[in-house]
Design a protein around this ligand. Structure first.
Ligand SMILES: *Cc1c(COP(=O)(O)O)cnc(C)c1O
Length: 372
């Protein structure tokens, strides 16, 4: 069932429109970097880190090669490794669990609530003597119930690594995603709300020593050009990407505002009898990396949308614990009833910043028409 976005009137993403809008600025940025030649850890990388700290109130920011590396290095720097367990969600992008495995630890999945966030009531039963950390995933741009998760982590002396890959700029109780736990991991993948032209990410932390260690680990464990104090990796953010991201950081508030307005319009228009979208909590600011709704006959609806020229996506059709790679972890269908049920009902509708009010109305009409 391969779907191409070619010929769709309303594609799920529209990176070409973004390029058209930014063309001159992008070319100027490329010119600046090439004429200077500071491709690796140039001034723009440090400036990007400073801007993120200033705008979002993060204590320390380390720019990295991807959100995946941010998760992995966060776990490494906090000392999570062989024999440890990390509690996380199965309804996420595979990187959440994969990075836990990569550092030698074992992911332990807990179920989620109707809003797709980690269910705090399920955490304590999953804690063992080996548990070292909790990795809540702020899926879709919605922050998990962090006060409750924090309380459990404090009581059991566990680290919190936030998978904030989808939630730059989101807040709960006026506190930013990535600013709750011991570390936060953000992705700047081309399809994220703040997007690079390729792989990119960053890590936040409130611990000076963690930041310092990750700064070292991202650059071969070097403290200076000739001294390697521990084995590291190469996970530096390119100067070229940082230059582009500094420009896009200026546009992010508008992009988020557009996405939020699109969701508001959908909520007015979509027939709530057939389409469930978790309402926003009063104390949250949701940046809507995705607008995921839950419906019956999801696959049929998706075909219907596609036939009507409307793109959509599924984030994600197979929960991580049911992936072939997870077989050795011993999980089986039925382990996470809410996660598994949602996997068959979720569909992400287009909400990117280039959609018009008319586009939103057309998507909503197409969805409502399907259920008539
Ligand atoms: C995108 C994403 C990641 C991985 O980020 P990359 O930058 O692609 O490595 C991790 N977790 C979640 C929830 C994501 O959406």
């Amino acid at each position: 069932m391969m779907r191409s976005s070619a010929g769709l009137d309303i594609p799920y993403v529209n990176l070409k429109a973004q390029y058209a809008e930014e063309k001159d600025e992008i070319h100027a940025a490329v010119e600046r970097v090439f004429s200077k030649g500071d491709f690796i850890l140039g001034e723009a990388v440090a400036e990007f880190e400073r801007q993120l700290s200033r705008r979002f109130g993060f204590d320390y920011v380390v720019a990295l090669n991807s959100g995946t590396d941010a998760l992995m290095l966060a776990l490494l720097a906090l000392g999570v490794g062989q024999g440890d367990e990390v509690i996380t969600q199965s309804n996420s992008f595979v990187a959440s669990a994969a990075t836990i495995v990569q550092v030698g630890a074992r992911p332990v999945f807990v179920d989620v609530k109707p809003d797709q966030c980690m269910d705090p009531a399920k955490i304590e039963a999953a804690i063992t003597a080996k548990t070292k950390a909790i990795m809540p995933v702020h899926l879709t741009g919605r922050i998990c119930d962090m006060p409750a998760i924090q309380e459990i982590a404090d009581r059991h002396k566990l680290f919190i690594v936030e998978d904030a890959a989808q939630s730059i700029g989101s807040t709960l109780l006026d506190r930013q995603a990535g600013n709750w736990g011991d570390a936060g991991a953000f992705s700047l993948h081309p399809l994220k709300n703040l997007n690079a032209a390729g792989d990119a990410g960053f890590l936040t932390t409130k611990h000076a020593d963690v930041a310092e260690r990750i700064r070292r680990l991202r650059n071969h464990g070097q403290t200076d050009r000739n001294t390697v104090t521990e084995w590291g990796i190469n996970s530096r953010l390119d100067t070229l990407q940082a230059t582009l991201l500094l420009m896009r950081l200026e546009r992010l508030p508008n992009i988020i505002a557009r996405r939020r307005a699109n969701v508001e319009a959908y909520r007015r228009l979509l027939n709530a009898k057939h389409v469930f979208s978790p309402p926003c909590r009063q104390e949250e600011f949701n940046t809507f990396h995705t607008f995921v709704v839950q419906v019956d006959r999801r696959d049929e609806l998706r075909e219907h949308l596609h036939a009507s020229g409307v793109g959509s996506a599924i984030h994600y059709p197979i929960p991580i614990h049911l992936q072939p790679a997870a077989a050795k972890l011993g999980s089986k269908p039925g382990d996470l009833p809410v996660t598994e049920k949602q996997a068959g009902r979720i569909i992400s509708l287009p909400i990117h910043q280039f959609l018009t009010d008319g586009d939103i109305r057309r998507v909503a009409d197409t969805v409502n028409g399907f259920f008539k």
